[in-house]
Design a binder for this molecule. Structure first.
Ligand code: ZN
Length: 417
């Protein structure tokens, strides 16, 4: 099947066929696809020929065993060289032996390499479009997409139906914003940090996207509110997408649902509602993703979503596992989830843009502008309450001016030690 047909086929299938599913037949379908996918992978992936018990893997194992896991015979060092060269020249349209190679962000020692075949790419494009395009008025959709790195992946969706323009976040933001004004998108897709930047410029810019989609970074509730009021929209949509796959999208009520039609998710529970996801991509073969532990903490929504979807609904993506703060307590190390740290500032008025960083077990830095002594004291008291609740020794808090570099991912809550 050629690529355009695959896009159309997966679009139609995702958009209209999933309406007929309920929890029971969704599980049945998942089991069938899982069995089929695993039996295929055990035949074609050298790693899974040897490890037929399907061990849980993570990014470091996926990278260590790269040559054995992938089924398209691509060598890791060559792929890395290829991906780095694409990044240097910022030409992301080349393919290596018909396979698109993606490089996931992260510190240089932890960069991940991801492989996608043309067929998988087309399937991905159809699914993303089906889950994100408006329900009506399909013609004349114009999507503006802000990213730190382009990938041939996104070019796939350009067609007569959908106009698509990529904005490189490494370019001058003022120029990007001028170009955005000319393009006048109906859908704006960008990381929240970039959406905020555009929101602040919107009084002069005057674009009126009908739909705003947040990607790549955790969308904080307060940032979503700012973005909503700047663009006059009711919902800031989210796509939960990473190099490991297209994992979820929001419904019309703004609730994030996991794409259980293409991904099977096991949960490693941390408490009653928080969990670390272990995913199996039910479609990808070039680089199989089987029982892959993500570095994310998700919070499950307890009640059923009003939209009626049988797909797992999330309260929110809380953050990366790496950003769970760790303090010393009388009985040893105490872990505190980002949500509790974030709330220390949310309960205090008069705080604009902020970042909270843990710099050591005994020091936290709060980066924000124009904090009065009174506000600083209120923040200190909020942290004090958390330290009493969780029984850890109160760390020292330093207050610094807000700073943030748009070329990096924005994390409001971040552990640096
Ligand atoms: Zn829903």
């Amino acid at each position: 099947m050629n690529e355009k047909l695959i896009i159309l086929w997966s679009f139609v299938k995702t958009r209209w066929f999933s309406f007929f599913w309920n929890k029971k037949n969704l599980r049945k379908r998942q089991r069938r696809l899982f069995t089929k996918q695993v039996s295929l992978i055990k035949r074609i992936s050298p790693f899974y020929m040897k490890n037929s018990d399907l061990p849980i893997i993570d990014k470091s194992i996926l990278m260590e065993q790269f040559n054995d896991i992938n089924t398209v015979n691509i060598d890791k060092s060559q792929a890395m060289e290829f991906a780095l060269a694409s990044e240097c020249t910022r030409n992301f349209n080349n393919k290596m032996e018909g396979i698109t190679i993606g490089l996931s962000s992260g510190t240089s020692g932890h960069r991940g390499l991801f492989l996608v075949s043309d067929k998988e790419r087309a399937f991905w494009a159809g699914t993303v479009l089906a889950k994100t395009l408006p329900k009506r008025h399909l013609f004349g959709v114009k999507i503006a997409f802000f990213m730190r790195a382009d990938s041939a992946l996104y070019e796939t969706v350009n067609s007569r139906l959908v106009k698509f323009q990529f904005f490189d976040m490494q370019n001058d933001m003022e120029k990007n914003i001028r170009d955005l004004s000319v393009f006048a998108p109906t859908i704006l897709v960008a990381p929240p940090s970039c959406l905020l930047c555009i929101a602040h410029a919107n009084s002069t810019l005057r674009i009126h996207p009908k739909k705003i989609i947040s990607i790549a970074e955790v969308l904080e509730h307060s940032d979503a509110e700012t973005i909503k009021s700047a663009f006059g929209v009711h919902v800031v949509h989210q796509i939960y997408q990473c190099t490991e796959g297209f994992l979820g999208a929001t419904c019309e009520y703004g609730i994030l649902h996991i794409n259980e039609d293409i991904v099977q998710m096991e949960k490693e529970m941390l408490d009653e509602t928080r969990f670390v996801p272990i995913i199996t991509d039910l479609k990808r073969c070039a680089q199989p993703i089987v029982r892959y532990r993500l570095n994310d903490v998700l919070i499950e929504k307890k009640e059923r979503c009003k939209c009626g979807s049988p797909f797992l609904a999330l309260e929110k993506i809380e953050g990366r596992c790496d950003d769970v703060f760790e303090f010393e307590g009388e009985k040893g190390t105490v872990s505190v989830f980002p949500d509790f740290i974030r709330r220390c500032l949310l309960f205090v008025d008069d705080v604009g843009e902020y970042r909270i960083q843990q710099r050591s077990t005994s020091e936290i830095a709060v980066l924000a502008d124009d904090l009065s002594e009174e506000v600083k004291e209120r923040i200190y008291n909020e942290f004090k309450k958390v330290s009493i609740n969780f029984k850890f020794f109160m760390p020292h808090i330093v207050f610094l001016p807000y700073d943030y570099d748009l070329s990096r991912k924005l994390k409001r809550v971040e552990r640096l030690c």
